[in-house]
Design a protein. Structure first.
Lengths: 192, 174
């Protein structure tokens, strides 16, 4: 049983999410919309988020393909570290729903929650090792100031042992949550 | 669905300055499923056939988002696309300077939503979203617009990160 962490309005509890505008009713969905829902997420047919986005099935299909390839592909950056980056980006952008989901995924993969508590409390100083601190800082910088990213910031990741393959996965994990957070924050709200 | 796509037209490679044979290009294309879904997202979001949201309006949103985000190479790209479809030069220039208040109400509503999502996504609320249907934009077009702005936020960070990695590798190889 995992420990509940609550700080600054963030939580690792399970939350729901409600759309602010009309979602696609399953009974009215086209065969293409049903297919895209099934490709996107195991529970997409019960989720307001996917039922809203499936108003544009081809756009959702490509988004889900990118998202799932970034977060779940084998090799490269360990999946727990991708989830850590996602949690940091969500914390910095203020996305309580995404932060909750990806904090839980980190805890499931890493079997610990110490860094999650740090990220919720103060992302700028979070990280239980030099490697984690470098991942957290890169996540903050690329999220807040994408126009000022310098090669030296990536060298800091190499200095703590990340390979180029891992740096690529980290850039992807940060960037895809610039995308995800904006949808979750601006099309509906967390409930529960 | 196939996982092959035309590498020569990949927009992220072009903007980030990744060329075939370079180390960073090879690294990126080990994750080709991500690269192809990124390119296909771009193509779907700028599909001229998408209803209720003109290609010109979508490109103006992109130009504005990239301008606000200080992504000059991407901003230039979208300005060039606008010029290639003969969009109004005065409107392109105004939006490249951040002048959105002078635009007609429907476009102004889209650009206001763009600014919120790009600069302060936490400030977006139900009232901000409801301004879009109120401006005559139907729900599927609202979804396309939100996906477009959110995708641009991704594309801006992806190209910035890849460009920095490419420069780092080029510097170290020199």
């Amino acid at each position: 049983m995992s420990r509940v962490i609550e700080a600054h309005g963030f939580t690792n509890r399970v939350l729901g999410w409600d759309a602010w505008l009309d979602v696609v009713e399953l009974a009215d969905a086209s065969p293409e919309q049903i297919t895209v829902l099934e490709e996107s997420h195991p529970k997409a047919k019960e989720s307001d988020y996917y039922l809203f986005l499936v108003h544009q099935p081809e756009i959702l299909r490509q988004r889900s393909t990118a998202f799932n390839a970034i977060m779940y592909a084998p090799g490269g950056l360990p999946r727990a570290e991708r989830e850590l980056a996602s949690t940091v980006v969500s914390r910095v952008n203020g996305c309580v729903y995404c932060a909750s989901v990806h904090a839980q995924r980190f805890e499931q993969l890493a079997k610990r929650d110490d860094v999650i508590e740090q990220v919720f409390n103060d992302p700028a100083t979070a990280g239980t090792s030099p490697r984690e601190k470098a991942i957290v800082l890169a996540s903050i910088d690329l999220t807040l100031t994408p126009g000022q990213v310098e090669p030296a910031q990536l060298r800091a990741l190499r200095d703590v042992g990340l390979s180029d393959d891992e740096i690529l996965d980290l850039i992807h994990s940060i960037a895809i949550f610039a995308w995800a957070n904006r949808l979750m924050l601006n099309l509906g709200e967390p409930v529960g | 669905m196939t996982d092959t796509y035309d590498l020569s037209t990949d927009i992220v490679d072009r903007i980030a300055g990744l060329t075939p044979g370079s180390l960073t290009y090879a690294t990126r294309h080990k994750r080709d499923k991500v690269a192809s879904a990124t390119q296909r997202s771009y193509e779907a979001l700028f599909d001229p056939a998408l209803p209720d949201l003109s290609l010109t309006d979508r490109l103006l949103v992109a130009l504005y988002a990239c301008t606000l985000s200080k992504a000059p190479a991407l901003a230039t790209h979208y300005a060039e696309r606008l010029a290639s479809i003969d969009a109004d030069r005065a409107v392109i220039d105004q939006i490249a300077q951040g002048l959105i208040d002078v635009q007609e109400p429907r476009l102004r509503a889209m650009l206001t939503f763009t600014r919120t999502l790009i600069e302060a996504p936490i400030d977006g609320d139900k009232t901000a979203l409801e301004l879009l249907p109120a401006a005559g934009i139907p729900t599927p077009a609202v979804v396309a617009l939100a996906q477009l702005i959110a995708f641009l936020s991704y594309q801006i960070r992806l190209t910035a990160g890849l460009r920095a990695l490419q420069v780092l590798n080029a510097t170290e190889a020199a």
